[in-house]
Design a protein around this ligand. Structure first.
Ligand SMILES: Nc1ncnc2c1ncn2[C@@H]1O[C@H](COP(=O)(O)OP(=O)(O)OP(=O)(O)O)[C@@H](O)[C@H]1O
Ligand SMILES: [Mg+2]
Length: 244
């Protein structure tokens, strides 16, 4: 039987058919402010607090203090204690970019993986990671190498991408071929704020719900309303939630 890694967020695990297949690499895409980083933090936090699974959070976006502040302000209490206890390893951009050579950074990550058994990893973000390289060839080489490191260390990973792409008009990038799954976070403006949605577009080897489901960001992070009827962006229903 396929082993699954649960996100630990009920509605989301449910539309995934239980979780993400162990050792898979999943791309989390969305516009700014759609909740990608929160989902990443939540995945790592839930792993440590609900499943006793150690996690690594790699960030090119923020430093470790800012990440801890973001985590604790959204209600992931004790984030800093989990780091002190070794349940969560955060490598921020200062750490990741310390050497001007990405090989050195990958070597240090490998050392950490040898010392401690981690189950989960988040990269925030793949988009920033890619900006680090000057040529397409270099980028490709490191992406493949990084992807290989994740697989061979048994990590189930979320890679965050800055990409609106519900209907992408660009070529599908290399990252889509490297990943086993694709989850999009979507927000649409309303008079009083935004409506938020999540769409699991692809998940290799898994029976998933491919409808688009409403979600909220609140005090405990992301909640996915799996019980609300999913709807299709192509289905022509103008207002999926009349009366709201
Ligand atoms: N405590 C909270 N309650 C409700 N909503 C919140 C809370 N904290 C943050 N948010 C919402 O979450 C959104 C930010 O989510 P997040 O930082 O994960 O987005 P992102 O997709 O990573 O964006 P970026 O691409 O800019 O990094 C904000 O737009 C804010 O509206
Ligand atoms: Mg972010």
């Amino acid at each position: 039987m396929t082993e699954l890694t649960r996100i630990g967020t009920e509605g989301l695990d449910s539309i995934l058919g239980g979780g993400i297949v162990d050792n898979a690499t999943v791309l989390i895409s969305g516009n700014p402010g759609t909740g990608k980083s929160i989902l990443g933090l939540q995945y790592i936090y839930n792993g440590a607090t609900q499943f006793d699974e150690k996690g690594v959070y790699l960030s090119f976006e923020e430093n470790a203090d800012e990440i801890a502040q973001a985590a604790e302000s959204i209600g992931f209490d004790g984030w800093s204690d989990l780091i002190d206890d070794g349940q969560i390893l955060v490598c921020d951009k200062q750490e990741l970019l310390r050497h001007n050579d990405f090989n050195a950074t990958l070597d240090r990550l490998l050392e950490a993986f040898e010392e401690t058994e981690y189950e989960r990893l988040v990269l925030d973000s793949l988009t920033m990671f890619e900006l680090f390289f000057e040529t397409e060839e270099e980028k490709r080489t490191y992406l493949l190498k990084f992807s290989d490191i994740l697989k061979s260390n048994g990590l189930t990973s979320l890679l965050i991408a800055e990409q609106s792409a519900v209907f992408p008009d660009q070529d599908i990038g290399l990252e889509n071929f490297l990943t086993d799954g694709n989850i999009y976070l979507i927000q649409t403006p309303t008079e009083s704020g935004v409506n938020r949605y999540i769409w699991v577009a692809k998940m290799r080897k898994q029976d998933i719900e491919t409808d688009i489901f409403p979600m909220d960001i609140g005090d405990r992070g992301i909640t996915v309303h799996e019980s609300a009827a999913g709807f299709s962006m192509m289905g022509g229903r103008d207002d999926p939630f009349p009366g709201e």
